[in-house]
Design a protein around this ligand. Structure first.
Ligand code: SF4
Length: 289
């Protein structure tokens, strides 16, 4: 079967969707709303960001709730999470924490791994650059994931929290890719804490909303999420904006989250959709029914 392709006017349609998008509305709903107040302090923003991205499982309300509960446990001082002198305190504070299948002991271990790392490095950007500068984005994500996994013993399930495109290509590695987007982009809504990774090299954090709309707009023909699908959607967006392809991620994601896209043919909702001419559900079909 021939793969679905967007229309030649798709770049203009996507830019229109981006230009009209109500960022302020969706920012309130997005987990990054909990991190943006820390953007003035790159270290604290990075620490809050890696814990927040690790918790980015489930819907946005649940993720914001989990980040909020974690922040309350450390009285808003996220640096406590990685203080090497507070290992026992951290374990005690996080003992009862749970978000989906992520447990407090795993987060406490992440704090210990990061505490050791920050003893010798200023930022996780260094870990990412180790692979990125030699072999590109996927290799950067790999060295970042390996750094976060640490060495030695870890709680059950801990290492699986940080898949890498090089050893788990069936995973879209959404949470680490999202973390890198938060750190690298300085445009709305991101934090711009890292300065050495070009925005043009970023990959899209492929959650289910972005994958659904990416598939139906013909940005990937893959029906399941994987690192290959990440590369295809990212490349399609890079052809539209080579310098900042991932700026479209927030809009595509929240078009799904907000209900602006019902994920089915609905003339009342789809009528004003800028990318309707490219959408597999409408392409080649008459609008009036
Ligand atoms: S046309 Fe409708 S289903 Fe297709 S992307 Fe737009 S809102 Fe979603």
């Amino acid at each position: 079967m021939r793969a679905h392709r967007p229309t030649p006017e798709f770049p203009r349609h996507l830019e229109a969707l981006y230009a009209r998008f109500p960022f302020a509305r969706s920012l309130e709903d997005d987990p990054i709303s909990a991190l943006r107040p820390l953007a003035w302090d790159p270290f604290r923003a990075e620490v809050a960001g890696i814990f927040g991205a690790t918790l980015a499982i489930g819907n946005t309300t649940a993720i914001r709730g989990a980040i909020g509960r974690l922040s309350e446990l450390v009285h808003g001082d996220v640096a406590r999470l990685v203080d090497p002198d507070r290992t026992r305190e951290r374990a005690r504070l996080l003992a009862g924490f749970r978000h989906r299948w992520i447990r407090g002991d795993q987060l406490a271990h992440l704090g210990s791994v990061l505490g050791r790392y920050y003893g010798g490095h200023r930022s996780l950007e260094t870990a990412f650059l180790l692979g990125f500068e030699e072999r590109g984005f996927a290799a950067g994500l790999d060295t970042l994931a390996r750094t976060l996994r640490g060495s030695g013993r870890s709680p059950p399930g801990y290492r699986a929290l940080f898949p890498s495109p090089l050893d788990a290509p069936g995973s879209p590695c959404k949470r680490l890719t999202l973390f890198v987007r938060w750190m690298v982009r300085s445009g709305t809504p991101d934090l711009g804490c890292w300065r050495r990774v070009p925005t043009g090299a970023l990959r899209v954090p492929l959650d289910q909303h972005v994958h659904w709309i990416g598939y139906h707009l013909g940005l990937t023909a893959r029906r399941t999420r994987s690192w290959s699908a990440v590369e295809e959607v990212s490349e399609a967006l890079r052809r539209i904006d080579p310098l900042d392809p991932v700026r479209f991620d927030f809009v595509l994601c929240h078009t799904g989250i907000s209900g602006d896209c019902p994920k089915e043919r609905d003339l009342a909702v789809c009528g004003p959709c800028s990318v309707r001419p490219d959408c597999l559900l409408w392409r080649g079909r008459r609008v009036a029914e």
